[in-house]
Design a protein around this ligand. Structure first.
Ligand code: NAD
Length: 262
């Protein structure tokens, strides 16, 4: 019912977690999907997507991925800017500053490069292609942290907030060319990709619980009483990719089971 058959999409970070699920759901809807991710062999994958090795932080790599997609599949209709990294570090703890909790400058630059520069470069390259045919959709995967701010994740929150600001600005620039730009802001989603020990430690500290008590605590803080399913994110992205969402642009959709309203 979404009418997505035959469309061409790029999903960045589509090799795992949320991106992989978005890829599979778009494939189910008849979309030709290029997965742009760091490690893998170029070519057709077993799920039916086409893998292109790409580093979203590198303009040459991004431009090549977009032009190769158009060369191979004829157009680019949907960009899902999903690749992201999170290296949480608390600024201080109850006892005062703890040096091991400080975010290094290198990690700061790394998160900004992947989460903020990456989507910018991809949107830039993709919009140029979309302008040629006068339509397209760009979907940016932000985070609830980008709307609310998350303790221990100040740099991550800032990069995800930047994505929301890009979304608003691009929607204004590109609307007259029939290119929609939207963002989604997931809350706690059942994926382990970003859940490093440091992530869990920072979250547990913020919530005043032990790392072992985290999942019970998650559930208590979420009105729907559970983490989000990967399929629930993929369903929202598929809908937003389609013409069913033709009057939606510039908006960020919070999808957090009621944990926040965004
Ligand atoms: P994940 O770690 O499972 O997947 C991220 C993917 O991005 C990986 O396949 C990785 O290889 C790829 N990637 C990383 N750096 C890249 C680069 N430089 N170039 C190309 N690809 C790169 O993470 P996930 O949990 O599926 O998260 C996906 C997105 O959703 C991220 O943007 C994340 O910030 C956002 N998000 C996740 C959650 C959650 O609870 N998991 C919540 C809110 C937002």
């Amino acid at each position: 019912w979404l009418g997505l058959e035959g469309k061409v999409a790029i999903v960045t970070g589509g090799a795992s977690g949320i991106g992989l699920n978005i890829t599979n759901e778009l494939l189910n809807n008849g979309v030709k999907v290029v997965v742009a991710d760091l490690n893998g062999e170029e070519g057709q994958q077993s799920n039916g997507s086409y893998f292109m090795k790409c580093d979203v932080t590198n303009k040459v790599s991004v431009d090549q991925t977009v032009s190769k997609t158009v060369e191979l599949f004829g157009s680019l209709d949907i960009l899902v800017n999903n690749a992201g990294v999170n290296l949480p570090r608390l600024l201080v703890d109850d006892q005062g500053e703890k040096p091991e909790y400080e975010l290094s400058e290198k990690d700061f630059d790394f998160m900004v490069a992947v989460n903020q520069k990456g989507p910018y470069l991809f949107a830039q390259a993709s919009a140029k292609e979309m302008l040629k045919k006068g339509n397209g959709v760009i979907i940016n995967v932000s985070s609830e942290a980008g709307q609310e701010g998350s303790a221990g994740q100040s740099c991550y929150s800032a990069t995800k907030g930047a994505v929301i600001a890009f979304t608003r600005a691009w929607a204004k620039e590109l609307g007259k060319h029939n290119i929609r730009v939207v963002a989604i802001a997931p809350g706690i989603i059942e994926t382990t990709g970003l859940r490093t020990d440091a992530y869990n430690e920072a979250l547990a500290y913020t919530r005043g619980v032990t790392v072992d008590g985290l999942s019970t605590d998650y559930s208590k803080s979420i009105p729907l009483g559970r983490e989000g399913k990967l399929s629930e994110i993929a369903d929202l992205v598929s809908y937003l990719s389609s013409d069913r969402a033709s009057y939606i642009t510039g908006t960020t959709f919070n999808i957090s089971g009621g944990k926040s309203r965004g």
